[in-house]
Design a protein around this ligand. Structure first.
Ligand SMILES: [Zn+2]
Ligand SMILES: [Zn+2]
Length: 552
């Protein structure tokens, strides 16, 4: 393959939903697009967040010209507070995105020293040999953009997250004419959002939700409690509009929602007529059919306002007869059980609950198959690479590209860490770099590895058994019988005999009574092996066994 080539390297977001980050490299210049986080899956016990592994970038720090952020959703900006202090490069985004980034950085005390630059939704910047052009896309948050990246090898179009809503609530529709123009001039590579590549047809317009909300505000006999993603600014706008139309006042509940709404109001991306927004205490004494709450908790997050309300655990808000709760979001895969439980609890409290399977109270922000095909047809890229999605989404998107005539050998389905190299004629996956998950747990970033997670899984599955072995301080000889304490393994009262038997067994294999110094390495292995085998025979369980030596 002729040199030099353009390299495209996904650090996250391929074969998974979340932690989107894409590296584009040409000779001495590197740019990164997005720096998102992913919420942990069920088996990542105790993990708060997952962010991309950026070892590749850290090794090439002096060549990175900047990070460009397509929009303010967590899966595109959420890793910045952790990555930016390490990379210390400028970040380019539109105004609202920048506002949301600064909130995130401030929360983690990473704002000072950050170089955040604002680019208009159709602005242009030059970073090294890359000339980058922003173009507006319609998504579920205002000020979202896609990118046109002019490189010495050819033009790359990155769709960001997008759909083709011709009647969006806020923000602009996707700029199709610019895309068609680029298509006519020739595009080397299209990187396009695959999140909803499974869905046939078109994604319904936000207007559908507007109408549903309008109906609810008009007819609900009491208070209306709407929950959605706090970053879904255009949905919050729809709630305000519908509430205002029916003389209801709106109160935000939940910290992340209050923060996002404040920034969006300040920057003019959220608008409310005078007197519509209210603090909680201003609503006291008002007729219930004049009140709307907007809360966090659309994903059933255990500490969120809605879940607290559903569990009668919220300090200020309780469900009252006549309340209507609207869940204006769909569960992110993995959160279904939490959301369903919340819905059940709300029904139990006597609320009427409306959610997307029973009412048109949510449409998603990503294009369905016909929209993806339209983009492919307009841009007419030489090469195509589906991005943002699980492997099945990427595969289905690749099939759509084939169906509109892009040859199979010009479509590249990558996974995180794969290196795609392109020249104007040909492309090839040439290798793999270090990539993967970095776990954020409490205050620590990156020190939780697969060993810790394996232990947590083991503990959560079969519990643990602690074996305390006493040794004479002077002689180093074993003293008495071992003590056995267990948690999460068996009911120690019910299975008293088995535990007792295991004590005897340990004593026997360690040869208690015989006058022999205890050697720790031997004891440790012997106890573990013996008990693993014994407990497995008795219970078919494999608890974690932790021998301890105490000197007496
Ligand atoms: Zn998004
Ligand atoms: Zn996204």
């Amino acid at each position: 393959m002729a040199k030099p080539r353009l390299k495209i390297i996904p650090l996250g977001g391929l074969s998974e939903i979340g932690k989107n980050m894409m590296v584009i490299e040409y000779e001495n210049d590197i740019i990164a697009i997005d720096a998102g986080l992913m919420f942990p899956s069920a088996e990542m016990l105790g993990i708060d967040l997952v962010i991309p592994d950026i070892s590749y970038l850290l090794e090439r720090r002096e060549r990175i010209r900047g990070i460009i952020i397509t929009h303010g959703h967590e899966d595109h900006v959420g890793a910045l507070p952790y990555l930016l202090p390490q990379l210390n490069v400028p970040v380019y985004s539109t105004k609202l995105t920048r506002g949301l980034i600064s909130v995130k950085l401030k929360e983690r005390k990473a704002l000072s020293g950050a170089n955040l630059k604002v680019v208009p939704p159709n602005g242009k910047i030059t970073l090294g040999k890359f000339r980058i052009e922003f173009f507006p896309v319609c998504h579920s948050i205002p000020d979202a953009v896609g990118l046109v990246i002019h490189t010495p090898v050819g033009t790359v179009v990155h769709s960001g997250d997008f759909k083709l809503d011709y009647t969006p609530v806020s923000g602009k529709p996707t700029d199709l004419s610019r895309l068609a123009q680029l298509g006519a001039q020739g595009v080397l590579l299209l990187l396009s959002d695959s999140t909803y590549a499974e869905l046939p047809g078109y994604t319904p317009s936000e207007r559908v939700v507007g109408e549903a909300l309008d109906n609810i505000m008009a007819n609900a006999p009491g208070r209306v409690i709407v929950t959605t993603f706090s970053s879904l600014v255009s949905r919050v706008q729809q709630v305000i509009d519908a509430a205002a139309k029916h003389q209801r006042r709106v109160c935000f509940v939940g910290r992340s929602l209050i923060d996002t709404a404040r920034i969006a109001l300040e920057l003019g991306y959220l608008n409310a007529p005078d007197g519509v927004l209210a603090q909680l205490d201003e609503l006291r004494g008002m007729p219930h059919n004049k009140i709307v709450f907007v809360t966090t908790g659309s994903q059933g997050e255990p500490t969120s306002a809605l879940v607290r309300i559903a569990n009668r655990d919220h300090r200020q808000l309780h469900i009252l007869r006549g309340d209507t709760v609207v869940i204006s979001a769909t569960p992110v895969p993995g959160n279904e059980a939490l959301v369903n439980q919340t819905v059940d609890n709300l029904f139990k409290q006597g609320a009427q609950v409306l959610y997307s399977t029973v009412a048109q109270v949510h449409v998603h922000g990503h294009g369905s198959q016909e929209e993806l095909k339209l983009l492919l047809n307009l841009v007419k890229p030489t090469f195509f690479m589906p991005i943002h999605g699980e492997y099945r989404h990427l595969t289905l998107h690749a099939k759509l590209a084939e169906s509109i005539g892009i040859p199979k050998d010009k479509i590249f389905v990558l996974e995180d860490g794969d290196i795609l190299e392109l020249n104007p004629q040909a492309g090839k996956i040439t290798g793999k770099i270090t990539s993967g998950n970095v776990y954020v747990d409490g205050l620590s970033v990156g020190d939780i590895g697969s060993v810790v997670l394996r232990d947590r899984r083991m503990l959560s599955r079969d519990g643990m058994v602690v074996v305390i072995i006493a040794v004479n301080r002077q002689t180093g000889k074993l003293v008495g019988y071992p003590d056995i304490v267990s948690r999460g393994f068996v009911d120690t009262r019910e299975d008293k005999d088995m535990i007792e038997e295991s004590r005897q067994l340990v004593a026997r294999v360690l040869d208690h009574g015989r006058d022999r110094p205890a050697e720790w390495g031997f004891i440790n292995t012997k106890v573990k092996d013996t008990l693993h085998k014994f407990y497995y025979e008795q219970t078919k369980r494999r608890p974690m066994i932790l021998p301890f030596m105490v000197k007496v």
